[in-house]
Design a binder for this molecule. Sequence first.
Ligand SMILES: [Fe+2]
Ligand SMILES: [Fe+2]
Length: 192
Amino acid sequence: MERVISRDEAWQLLIEHTTNPSLIKHALAVEAAMRAEARRVGEDESVWGVVGLVHDFDYEQNPTPETHLHVGTRILSDRGWPESMIRAIAAHADYMGVPRDSEMARALYAVDELTGFLTACALVRPDKSIAAVEVKSVRKKLKDKAFARSVSREDVRRGAEELGIDLDEHIAFVRDAMAGIADALELPPPAA
Ligand SMILES: [Fe+2]
Ligand SMILES: [Fe+2]
C-alpha cells in the first residue's frame, strides 16, 4: 500500500532543510495553488498540497541543476514516499528528464514560476496586496523583460499551455489561491 504523507510530515521535512523565509513562503504559495488546482479538477487536495509544499525542500542546500531534486528525490524515495508524488516533484525541472505525465505534475509546473512572478507583482504595489494584483498588469509585466527577470516567461506560458488553461484565467486563479493565504505570505489585503 502507498504511504499517506500527512501535511505535518511534509512541513517537518521542509523546515528540516529550509531556513530562508522566502523559500518557505514560496513553498506555502505553491501549496495553496496546488490545493486550489486539485479542487478545480476534483483530485486529492491533500496529496497535491503536500507535493507543492515540498517541491523545493532540498533547494536551499542544493541550489544547482546538478543537485536540486537529484538529492531531494533520493531522500523522498528513502523515506518511502509514493512514486507518483516523487515523479511529479522531479518533473518541475526540465533537466530531470521526467515527463509531466500526470495532471498533478502539469499543475506543479504551471504554478511554480507563476507564484514567484505574482509575488513580485504584489511587492511593487504600495499596499503589497496580492489580492489586488490585476491580470492586465501581470500581462504587462510579463512583457517587461527587466521586471523579475529571473522568472522564465517561457515556463509561465508553457505551464498554462500544458495544463490546457487560458493564461489570463490561470493568472487570476493562482492569484486568488495565494490571496487566500495572504497573511502567511506577508502580502496583506489592501487597506480598507
Ligand atoms: Fe525547483
Ligand atoms: Fe519552486
